[in-house]
Design a protein around this ligand. Structure first.
Ligand SMILES: Cc1ncc(COP(=O)(O)O)c(C=O)c1O
Length: 388
């Protein structure tokens, strides 16, 4: 048995042994070149794979100080937090640093529980928030929750953008309303601006904590630093992760000072969260986002891609949705034949829900490579094995 076969995976591995990558391109051991439209990095390659500024920052920091625990102060962490908060709504004053998106969600849910003393979670159908128990409780897909269903807190799942259902379900017993401003894993679906505003109002009226999960939609991907910025809605806590440290493990939960103050002494922590190496990489990522104006670029390229997807003349497409460089096709059938045809053309895309094809390219992808992927998608939709 080779080492990879020993890796305990709960999903099939792609037939690729990755060797190196640069921006949107990845090369395997056989020397084949692939384009990462999200299928290789699941959206982590936000500023591309191995951005030179991130590589330089990691090298420099690794030579100096890789780790100190959260109990020890660090100028690198301070600099990173200052930089991160310069992009966040001013009302979100405090950030906990963790190592993944799901851990960021755990922090947000813990804060909601500590602040309200309540236990009920209201989440959205098709939502994905992570694989640890709290985040999983708010994740909709029953297959993901089934193995540990007995351990999970109870959540009510409502259709996204259904304001009446939200009004009817959120009560004085609700600890948190949890939502992705643009859903990803369940299929790309933006929450409407009105829904985001109504959720904000209902949370305020009932005393529930509003948690935005921007693990996938944040950091400029949809054209704004946070997707919810477009609706001018500020949650009580927002969770970020994915590309925030250029591929090093990171997660962040940013909250209002009022909410953060509800955490009792010793109420949360993480050995690695906020370590200097991840923070140095994070500072480099934020610098690249600013200097290369990547949110604006995502908006521009996203419009181009969306209009190309909308022009796709394929009867198998039920709907096309997107925000910036978070793009989705909703098909009438399962997406696997399309993903397979794309893979045959060297394009690594993602599924979304049971019928979605999802594209999460780096915000730095050269336009010609984005078009190469969209051409391949148009061809894949015509492949004989793809049902109409
Ligand atoms: C919206 C959202 N939340 C949370 C997570 C979990 O992040 P992680 O896999 O880093 O724990 C993901 C991962 O894809 C995600 O897309």
């Amino acid at each position: 048995m080779n080492g990879e076969a020993r890796f305990l995976r709960s999903f099939p591995a792609k037939p690729i042994v990755a060797e190196r990558a640069s921006n949107a391109e990845l090369w395997d051991e056989a020397g084949l070149r692939w384009l990462d439209l999200g299928g290789a990095s699941h959206g982590v390659a936000l500023v591309g794979h191995n951005h030179p500024a991130v590589v330089a920052a990691v090298r420099e920091q690794a030579g100096r100080l890789i780790h100190v625990a959260q109990s020890v102060q660090s100028a690198v962490r301070a600099g990173f937090l200052d930089r991160l908060h310069s992009h966040l709504p001013p009302a979100l004053e405090r950030t906990f640093l963790a190592n993944s998106g799901t851990e960021g969600m755990e922090c947000a849910l813990k804060l909601a529980s500590a602040a309200t003393g309540r236990t009920r979670i209201v989440a959205m159908q098709r939502a994905f928030h992570g694989r640890t128990l709290g985040a999983l409780a708010a994740t909709h897909r029953p297959e993901f929750r089934a193995p540990v269903s007995g351990l999970l807190p109870r959540a009510d799942f409502l259709p996204l953008n259904d304001m009446e259902a939200l009004k009817a379900t959120v009560t004085q017993e609700t600890a948190a309303i949890v939502l992705e401003p643009v859903q990803g894993e369940g299929g790309v679906r933006p929450a409407s601006r009105e829904f985001l505003r109504v959720a904000r109002d209902i949370a305020t009226d009932t005393g529930a904590i509003l948690i935005h999960d921007e693990v996938q939609s944040g950091l400029g991907r949809t054209g704004r630093f946070l997707a919810a910025d477009a609706a001018n809605v500020v949650p009580d806590a927002v969770v970020l992760a994915k590309g925030l440290a250029g591929g090093l493990p990171i997660g962040a939960c940013s909250a209002t000072a009022e909410l953060a103050a509800k955490l009792p002494p010793g109420g949360h922590g993480s050995t690695y969260g906020g370590n200097p190496l991840a923070c140095a990489a994070g500072t480099a990522v934020l610098t690249v986002l600013e200097q290369e104006r990547l949110a604006e670029r995502a908006a521009r390229l996203g419009e181009h891609a969306l209009s190309r997807l909308r022009r796709l003349d394929a009867p198998g497409v039920r709907d096309v949705q997107g925000a910036g460089l978070m793009l989705g096709l909703d098909l009438r059938t399962r997406p696997q034949p399309v993903l397979k045809a794309l893979s045959g053309a060297g394009i690594l895309a993602l599924g979304g829900g049971t019928t979605g094809v999802r594209l999460l390219p780096p915000l730095t992808i050269p336009e010609a490579q984005l078009d190469e992927a969209l051409d391949a998608l148009a061809t894949a939709m015509q492949a004989p094995e793809v049902p109409a």
